[in-house]
Design a protein around this ligand. Structure first.
Ligand SMILES: Cc1cc2nc3c(=O)[nH]c(=O)nc-3n(C[C@H](O)[C@H](O)[C@H](O)COP(=O)(O)O)c2cc1C
Length: 547
C-alpha cells in the first residue's frame, strides 16, 4: 500500500467514525455544549478590516423572470452581461440579508440562504476580471451581507486573470465559499460540521438559482484541491481570528455553452500565494471549545485531481413540462423563510406534491443540480401526512433510477413498492407503507412538532459507503452539499406553492434507518425537511433587510 492510499484509508476511517459518533440517539444526543455560552456567541458577520469596500446595488424584485421559467430549459431568460447591476443582483438574490426580526430589544438578521440555527457559517467570495461599473482590474473579494458590499481582498493583473479563466467562456466569474465551523460548533458541538456542509449546499443552491435568473449557468470547479481553493480565496493566510475552511468554487457563466471543465490551471492558481492580500479578519468569539471540527475538516480535505473518474449518470429522469405560474422568481427567493411552527391542518393536492418532488429530480439541465459534476447520490424517504388523494404513509422518491434495485434490497421495512394514484411516469415515486406516520415523524425529528404538523416531512437518504470508498473521504461533504441544494430548492418550491418549509438538522439517525428497515451503511439519512402550512409567530416584528 502506498503512503497516499494508507493516509486516504486512515482519513476514510475518521470520516466513518465522525459520522457514527455524531448521530443523535434516543439515549443520548451527539456531544455538544448542552447550555449556550451567550458571552461567547460568535459574531455572525466576518469583516476584513482595512479592505476597500465596494457597495453593491439593492436590486429589488421584479415580476420577471417567472419562478417556473428558470427551471424550464426552454424558457430561461436570455443571459445578461456581468456588470455592477447583475453582480449586485446575483448576491442580493443568494447571500444577502432578507429581513430583520425583532422581539423586544433583540434584533437578528435573516438571509436569503437558509442556515442551521441562523448561525451562517458560510462566507462568500467573488473572483472576477474587469466588470463594467464594478472594477477595472481583476480582483478577489469577500462578500459582506450586512452592507451588501464586496470587500476587496486583492487585485491582480489582467494576464493572471486571462490565464486563470482561459478554459472558460468570456464574462465568466467565479463564486467561492468557505466555512467558519466555530459558528455552528459554538451551539451544536460535534455534529456542527454536518450543519456547516448542509449550509454550504444551501449557498451553492442559492447561487445556482440566482444565476439562472440572470440567464447564467453554474458549475462546481471540483477538480481543485482544498489547498488551491484556500489560495484562490485568500483563506490560507495566517491570522488570530477563527479559521475559514475553503469549501468550493463555482463558475458562473452567462449563456448556455456546454461546460465540462471543472479545474483551473495549476500555475495560475499558485500565483495567488503572492498577491498583496488586504484586510484583517475580525475575531468572532473571545474563546473557543474544541469540538473536533479541525479533525473532520482535515480528514475530508481534497487532493488535486481531475473528475474524469466520476461515475456517469445513465438514466436521468424524463422531462415533464410543467405549466408556469404567475409567480416572480426574485420575490419567492427573497420572501423565503423557515416555518417556526406548522398548523397541523393545511393540506396540498397531490398534483402540487408531485410537482414539488419533480423539481428535486436531476433531470438533464435541471437547476440547481446541473452545477454538480457527479451523479445524484440522494433519495427522498417521505412521510406523507396531508396530501389530498394520497394515503398517509412512507413513500420513496428514487432520484437516480439506477439505485432502484439496491434500494429495494436495502429497505426491508417496505410492505410493497406501489406507484401512488395519479403519479406521472416521470416521477419515480413509490408508496412503501400506508400508515399514519405523524408520531414517527415527530419522534425521529428530535420530537419537533414541525415534522408531524406539516403536509409531509422527509429524510434525505444518501448513498454512503460506496461513493466514499470509490472517491475518497473528501466526498463526504459533497453528500451534504447535494442535500443542502435539495433543501434550498424545496424552500422555494414551498413558497411558490403558497406554503412554507423548514430544514431539520436535528433527527435521530438510526431510528429513521430502523423505520425503513435499513441495515448496514450502504445508505445513510443525512438531512430532514418538512413542508406545510406555517403558523406565524405574532410576537415578532419583521423589518426591512436594509434601511
Ligand atoms: C441545515 C439546517 C438545519 C436546520 N435544522 C432545523 C431544526 O432542526 N429545527 C428547526 O426548527 N429549524 C431548523 N432549521 C431552520 C433554521 O433554524 C433557519 O433556517 C434559520 O433560523 C434561519 O431562518 P430562515 O430560514 O427563516 O432564514 C435548519 C436549517 C438548516 C439550513
Amino acid at each position: 500500500m502506498s503512503r497516499d492510499s494508507t493516509a486516504a484509508s486512515f482519513s476514510l476511517q475518521r470520516v466513518f467514525d465522525y459520522h457514527q459518533s455524531t448521530k443523535h440517539r434516543f439515549e443520548a444526543y451527539a456531544r455538544g455544549p448542552g447550555r449556550l455560552d451567550w458571552a461567547n456567541q460568535p459574531d455572525p458577520l466576518r469583516r476584513y478590516a482595512g479592505a476597500r469596500r465596494i457597495v453593491l446595488q439593492h436590486v429589488e424584485p421584479t415580476e420577471q423572470p417567472r419562478y417556473d421559467a428558470v427551471f424550464d430549459p426552454g424558457c430561461r431568460p436570455a443571459a445578461a452581461p456581468p456588470n455592477l447591476q447583475t453582480i449586485s443582483q446575483l448576491f442580493y438574490d443568494s447571500l444577502a440579508l432578507s429581513a430583520w426580526k425583532q422581539l423586544g430589544d433583540t434584533r437578528w438578521a435573516l438571509r436569503v440562504n437558509a442556515s442551521s440555527g441562523n448561525l451562517h457559517p458560510t462566507e462568500g467570495y467573488l473572483i472576477c476580471g474587469p466588470i463594467d461599473g464594478l472594477c477595472d482590474r481583476p480582483m478577489v473579494c469577500h462578500y459582506a451581507p450586512a452592507q451588501h458590499a464586496l470587500e476587496v481582498r486583492a487585485g491582480f493583473h489582467a494576464a493572471l486573470w486571462d490565464a486563470l479563466s482561459a478554459r472558460y467562456p468570456e464574462h465568466t466569474v467565479f463564486v467561492g465559499f468557505s466555512s467558519i465551523h466555530w459558528r455552528e460548533a459554538w451551539k451544536y458541538g460535534q455534529r456542527a460540521y454536518r450543519y456547516c456542509m448542509h449550509d454550504a449546499g444551501h449557498a451553492i443552491g442559492a447561487i445556482s438559482i440566482a444565476a439562472a435568473g440572470l440567464g447564467w449557468q453554474t458549475r462546481l470547479l471540483d477538480a481543485l484541491s482544498t489547498d488551491e481553493l484556500a489560495l484562490l480565496m485568500g483563506t490560507f493566510r495566517a491570522h488570530d481570528a477563527e479559521r475559514e475552511e475553503a469549501d468550493v468554487l463555482m463558475a458562473c457563466v452567462p449563456g448556455r455553452q456546454a461546460l465540462d471543465e471543472t479545474g483551473l490551471p495549476e500555475e495560475a492558481v499558485r500565483s495567488f500565494a503572492s498577491l498583496a492580500w488586504q484586510g484583517s479578519p475580525n475575531r468572532l468569539s473571545p474563546s473557543h471549545i474544541d469540538w473536533g471540527m479541525e479533525d473532520i475538516a482535515a480528514a475530508v480535505r481534497k487532493p488535486r485531481r481531475t473528475t474524469e473518474h466520476y461515475e456517469a449518470f445513465e438514466h436521468p429522469p424524463l422531462p415533464w413540462p410543467l405549466d408556469q405560474r404567475p409567480v416572480s422568481l426574485r420575490r419567492i427567493i427573497r420572501q423565503r423563510r423557515s416555518a417556526v411552527a406548522m398548523d397541523g391542518q393545511t393540506g396540498i393536492t397531490r398534483e402540487s406534491f408531485y410537482r414539488m418532488l419533480y423539481r428535486t429530480l436531476p433531470v438533464a439541465g435541471a437547476i440547481p443540480f446541473s452545477s454538480l459534476p457527479w451523479k445524484p447520490h440522494i433519495h427522498l424517504a417521505l412521510l406523507v401526512h396531508r396530501v389530498e388523494g394520497l394515503p398517509s404513509g412512507l413513500y420513496l422518491l428514487v432520484r437516480d433510477p439506477a439505485h432502484t434495485d439496491a434500494l429495494r434490497r436495502a429497505l426491508t421495512g417496505a410492505d410493497a413498492w406501489r406507484k401512488p394514484p395519479g403519479c406521472p411516469n416521470q416521477l419515480p415515486l413509490y408508496c412503501l407503507i400506508e400508515a399514519d406516520a405523524r408520531a414517527a415523524a415527530r419522534q425521529i425529528a428530535c420530537h419537533q412538532d414541525i415534522a408531524s404538523d406539516g403536509c409531509f416531512s422527509l429524510a434525505m437518504l444518501a448513498e454512503y459507503t460506496q461513493p466514499l470508498h470509490r472517491y475518497g473521504p473528501w466526498f463526504y461533504p459533497r453528500l451534504y452539499w447535494e442535500a443542502g441544494m435539495i433543501g434550498q430548492l424545496l424552500y422555494l418550491e414551498a413558497e411558490a406553492a403558497g406554503i412554507r418549509s423548514t430544514g431539520i438538522g436535528c433527527f435521530f439517525d438510526d431510528p429513521m434507518h430502523d423505520l425503513l428497515g435499513l441495515e448496514g451503511r450502504a445508505f445513510q439519512d443525512i438531512y430532514h425537511f418538512t413542508v406545510g402550512g406555517p403558523v406565524e409567530d405574532t410576537r415578532l416584528t419583521t423589518l426591512p433587510a436594509y434601511a
